[in-house]
Design a protein around this ligand. Structure first.
Ligand SMILES: *[C@@H]1O[C@H](CO)[C@@H](O)[C@H](O)[C@H]1NC(C)=O
Ligand SMILES: [Cu+2]
Length: 357
């Protein structure tokens, strides 16, 4: 009897060694989702934003010498469709490189430099969501990641961005998902409504050690697309948000509108409000949200020198409010990053980028 058990154990070990090792697939219920309102609700003002006063800085950043120098030669984030193949492959390789680097040790139980970012995001819940700090914090988080790709993995191209309005309702057909050199497929849920482990693409068989939610249980990178939700990442909805006249009101609509629908539409790991950076498509989705923010700012220079709204603790945001990424990058005042072309030196890098359109 004992030898039979031994034989069975040997057999299953041998089988496990032959199959790709995929971490447990957690059910849909394991992933918390984002809260959202419909476009019609935002149009009716049902998010109840009471616009707080806008604070003004005493100087115009746009006129600073640093900004002028930046304007002469900004990094341009190129939309995925026009992003050169060599840059696409370099970007994917750099993310994989981050996953292969040891963790800094400051974000246990992260197992890699990549997971440091996911763990930081998880640790900062709920401060960085559900309030106007969301947009500016995620702008800096994305840029910090972009600089880490340079510093840690030698990838110097500007990030791509994803114009989701061109794929709304049809995310799964984007070549980001269909071309197996990139992010892996975007399947619908299985017959029981549960997510599907991603076993195609550059991140096939990835194990996520951060999440779901505030827990940290190893699980496979999984997705479960709902194209009726991704359909809300459309230009009309973006326009509804970007037609709002003050930062806090626009932020509320962007966060609870296209941002939330994009996360929940891709589903599973991406729908996890805490640990969604575990899915590398997170960076593409947030490039879209940051793009829309920048386009809103382009309408009026004052939108790069002023801010309003209260943070998670009810404290008004000002241009002096500190944005903190847990040491992954320097602490900065909002005034350094409210203008993507401020040209301000942050650590070893210059904050200076725009979008291709
Ligand atoms: C807005 O206020 C109404 C009425 O008090 C409330 O029912 C609704 O839940 C609020 N909406 C949000 C998003 O908080
Ligand atoms: Cu987030």
């Amino acid at each position: 009897m004992q030898s039979l058990v031994y034989l069975l154990a040997l057999t299953s070990a041998a089988t496990a060694a032959l199959l790709p090792r995929v971490a447990p697939n957690l059910p849909a219920s394991a992933f918390p989702t984002f809260s959202h309102l419909t476009q019609a609700d935002f149009e009716a003002g049902k998010d109840n934003v009471t616009a707080s006063p806008t604070t003004f800085t005493p100087f115009a950043l746009d006129a600073s010498p640093a900004s002028a120098a930046c304007s002469a030669n900004p990094n341009v984030r190129i939309e995925w469709r026009s992003y050169p193949t060599s840059s696409r492959l370099g970007f994917i390789a750099a993310i994989k490189c981050m996953m292969a680097q040891p963790p800094s040790g400051n974000f246990p139980p992260s197992t890699s430099r990549y997971e440091d970012f996911a763990r930081l995001h998880q640790m900062y819940m709920p401060n960085i969501h559900g309030n106007p700090k969301f947009l500016i914090w995620h702008r800096y988080f994305l840029w910090t990641f972009e600089m880490a790709l340079r510093d840690t993995c030698g990838f110097w191209d500007p990030l791509p961005w994803w114009d989701e309005t061109l794929d709304a309702g049809n995310f799964h057909n984007s070549d980001m998902f269909t071309n197996t050199a990139y992010f892996g497929h975007l399947p619908g849920p299985d017959a029981n409504g549960n997510p599907v482990c991603i076993i195609s693409g550059a991140f096939a068989g990835l194990t996520c050690h951060i999440g779901p939610g505030s827990s940290n249980t190893p699980h496979c990178l999984s997705r479960a697309v709902d194209e009726s939700l991704t359909a809300q990442c459309n230009s009309g909805f973006v326009q509804t948000c970007n037609s709002r006249g003050d930062y806090a009101s626009m932020e509320s609509c962007s966060e609870g509108g296209p941002h939330a629908y994009g996360h929940d539409g891709i589903g599973a790991v991406m729908s996890d409000v805490s640990a969604s950076p575990s899915d590398p498509i997170f960076w593409m989705h947030h490039s879209f949200i940051d793009h829309n923010f920048r386009i809103w700012q382009n309408v009026d220079p004052a939108r790069t020198t002023t801010i309003n709204g209260d943070d998670h603790f009810g404290v008004p945001l000002t241009m002096n409010t500190i944005v903190n990424v847990g040491g992954l990058g320097p602490n900065v005042p909002i005034s350094d990053i409210m203008n993507t072309m401020s040209g301000i030196q942050i650590g070893a890098h210059t904050f200076c980028y725009k979008y291709s359109y």
